[in-house]
Design a protein around this ligand. Structure first.
Ligand code: PMP
Length: 323
């Protein structure tokens, strides 16, 4: 669907996958006025297809739109676009264990001009791609790399928005992580005593011996992960106390050394929940106890995946039927 600056959204259509023709002066190409979302559609045992909390993605999309001076998209259009695409491409929705159709809604500024200002012509599109296990193969604890040369976001910046520019800015750090044999990079908050913030594409949780879960508090520039908020709810359902607060690398290291912190995991739409086996830093590493795939991590993972795939009852009304 498109916006032409005067009317609302119009020109809804399903197109075969292929290149998008754009003016070389389209402002997205120069000023990065772009936002996106990521969510999954799961096929249940009876063949029906469901998405997980799409209204939360629609709301976050509009938060991103406001920050990037893009027009908001009504929730009904967001969800209807997913429904129509999945309906058209239903053969692509996999039914294998943990497999899903990844949906990527995005909005780009297509108006051609060279001055710096918000575009009046924008385009909203969705692409779909079958997705298996994000890190490939069996679930293995991941190693992550502590970025000290780069920050992901800054006070007053675009950290809370899901915009391409944030990811462009994270790639140099991600390359460092990969050079160290790590799957993801961990960013700190240089504006708050280097508190732990989030990974390149996931939020982070720590499990304490007494059953508490700790995750970094939303500070205005952490992405409001939908998996993060779901994990908080599922932990509360299990009677676990969840603390959103400041946590530092020193607390993590000391907590592992003293046995207080027993598990660490990362969470996001793509990988759902993944145990963190090790944090590598320029000054040595922090290894999770045991194999890293701890009991609490795996129990919450199983419940969450179970809800998504229809094996566990959806007590919170998180699923929306697409077809
Ligand atoms: N943080 C960042 C930077 C991300 O890119 C993502 C993935 N969208 C997340 C956290 C996790 O968010 P969600 O659970 O909504 O996928």
């Amino acid at each position: 669907v498109d916006v032409d600056g005067v009317g609302g959204w119009s020109n809804a259509r399903i197109e075969p996958y292929g290149p998008i023709a754009m003016d070389p002066a389209a402002s997205v190409l120069h000023y990065g006025q772009e936002i996106f979302e990521g969510l999954k559609a799961y096929r249940h045992g009876d063949g029906s297809v469901w998405s997980f909390r799409p209204e939360a993605n629609a709301a976050r999309f509009n938060t991103s739109a406001r920050r990037l001076a893009l027009p908001e998209l009504p929730e009904e259009i967001f969800i209807e676009s997913l429904r129509q695409l999945v309906e058209t491409d239903q053969a692509w929705v996999p039914s294998g264990d943990g497999e899903a159709l990844y949906l990527r809604p995005f909005m780009i500024a297509t108006e051609a001009f060279l001055g710096v200002r918000p575009a009046r012509e924008v385009s909203y599109r969705v692409i779909a791609s079958p997705a298996g296990n994000y890190f490939g193969g069996e679930l293995k604890p991941i190693s992550i790399w502590l970025s000290t040369n780069y920050a992901r976001a800054g006070e007053g910046g675009t950290g809370e928005a899901k915009c391409g520019g944030n990811y462009a800015a994270s790639l140099a750090a991600q390359m460092e992580a990969e050079a160290q044999g790590c799957k993801q990079v961990l960013f700190l908050d240089p504006f708050n005593d280097n508190a732990i913030e989030e990974l390149g594409g996931m939020n982070i949780f720590f499990v304490f011996k007494d059953g508490r879960l700790v995750t970094p508090a939303l500070n205005g520039h952490i992405l409001h992960g939908i998996t993060r908020s779901s994990v908080m709810q599922l932990a509360a359902d299990r009677g676990l106390k969840v603390e959103e607060r400041k946590i530092t690398i020193d607390e993590w290291r000391d907590g592992v050394d003293s046995g207080e912190i027993t598990e660490a995991f990362a969470c996001g739409t793509a990988a759902v929940i993944t145990p963190i086996g090790e944090l590598k830093t320029a000054q040595g590493s922090i290894a999770s106890p045991g194999s890293g795939a701890g009991e609490v991590t795996m129990a919450i993972r199983e419940t969450l995946l179970g809800i998504q795939t229809g094996a566990v009852e959806d007590l919170h009304g998180w699923l929306t039927r697409l077809i």
